[in-house]
Design a protein around this ligand. Structure first.
Ligand code: MLT
Length: 340
């Protein structure tokens, strides 16, 4: 963690967000959160800060429906997308947002880099930083990798997913998609998060973000895939997928994160599908207006049935579209930190 000397808002002091009191934003409209320097997680981020980011994302989205002409928000800001783990939508939407904001993104992937020769994460990042990178967007298989980079590199860091910890821009795009579906109001709403909660950084970011905005979360999944601290995170734990879905205002289906799973956590995929898949009959238990989300990549007919994924409640592609606007909002925020 960065050693911040003064914290402007105690709610921000918890894990996830670092403060740099010396960073004073230079552009108008960003003075509300003067010490916020990195986006490492949604844990500890205030409702005020989240709403500001969602408002900024809406503004970018509205602008791009009128014109795709690039702006100069990130002109002269060198952004490196350091992806030590595979990605399609997160990486491409960061890149698209960077291009639309006037940056020339620097791409980095493990394949073809010196990591394959045994270079450490920090040595690799310090090497890239020495070339004059101003902002890092980092994805890594280890929880805490983005926080380590934020502490060591001296430039703003955006976490694009660290192990099973957090994926804050996914959390923000989920919140924006839910706000679209709910007319902007979170109070009194309930979201069912289904499946592999324990290994999901998407779930953790959604849980923190929804709690900050006043919505309730019910999680449901096999006992081996629901974290023991789910209650401590402020969630209700439902014994069955049906219990979680009944009357909920939205459902988020999660992929089985087999790359992070120990063997033996599930009896078989067939058993999982029978007990936990979000299928059409189960989706009918949701409130009539409810929407269905999935962060992708989807394993069709495993955690979500195809007819639900493509059905009228599904906002999966809306999530993807919102990802570009959310990432633009976060990057524009970082640009202020660079300029300060
Ligand atoms: C992630 O990177 O966490 C994805 O967006 C969700 C997944 O991999 O299942």
């Amino acid at each position: 963690m960065a050693e911040a000397t003064t914290l402007p808002d105690p709610a921000h002091a918890r894990a996830g967000i670092f403060f740099d009191p010396a960073s004073a934003p230079v552009h108008p409209g960003t003075t509300a959160h003067p010490g916020l320097r990195h986006l490492l997680g949604l844990e500890g981020l205030s409702a005020h800060a989240i709403h500001d980011l969602l408002d900024a994302a809406r503004a970018w989205r509205a602008r791009w429906t009128r014109s795709r002409a690039p702006v100069t928000t990130l002109a002269g800001v060198e952004v490196c997308n350091a992806f030590f783990e595979d990605s399609t939508r997160t990486r491409l939407s960061f890149e698209l947002a960077q291009r639309r904001l006037g940056a020339t993104p620097l791409g980095f992937g493990v394949a073809g880099s010196s990591c394959s020769k045994g270079e450490s994460l920090l040595d690799t990042l310090r090497t890239i930083a020495a070339m004059g990178v101003d902002v890092f967007v980092i994805r890594h298989a280890s929880s805490g990798a983005a926080a380590l980079a934020a502490r060591e590199l001296g430039v703003p860091v955006v976490n694009a997913g660290d192990g099973a910890h957090e994926h804050p821009t996914q959390g923000l795009l989920d919140l924006l998609t839910l706000a679209d579906a709910w007319g902007g109001s979170f109070a009194g709403r309930r979201v069912a998060i289904l499946g592999d909660i324990a290994h999901s950084r998407v779930a953790r970011s959604a849980i923190h973000g929804l709690a900050a905005l006043g919505a309730r979360v019910t999680v449901a999944g096999p006992a081996t895939l629901v974290p023991r601290d789910a209650g401590a995170l402020g969630c209700d734990v439902a014994p069955t997928v049906e219990d979680a879905l009944r009357g909920a205002d939205a459902a988020i289906a999660l992929r089985l994160q087999t790359e992070r799973m120990d063997r033996g956590l599930l009896p078989s995929i067939g058993d999982y599908v029978r007990a936990w898949r979000l299928d059409a009959a189960r989706a009918r238990l949701l409130a009539p207006h409810a929407v269905v989300l999935h962060p992708g990549p989807m394993n069709r007919d495993v955690e979500i049935a195809s007819d639900v994924a493509d059905g009228e409640r599904s906002v999966v592609l809306r999530q993807v579209a919102n990802g570009v606007a959310v990432r633009a909002a976060v990057l524009a925020w970082c640009a202020d930190r660079v300029a300060a």
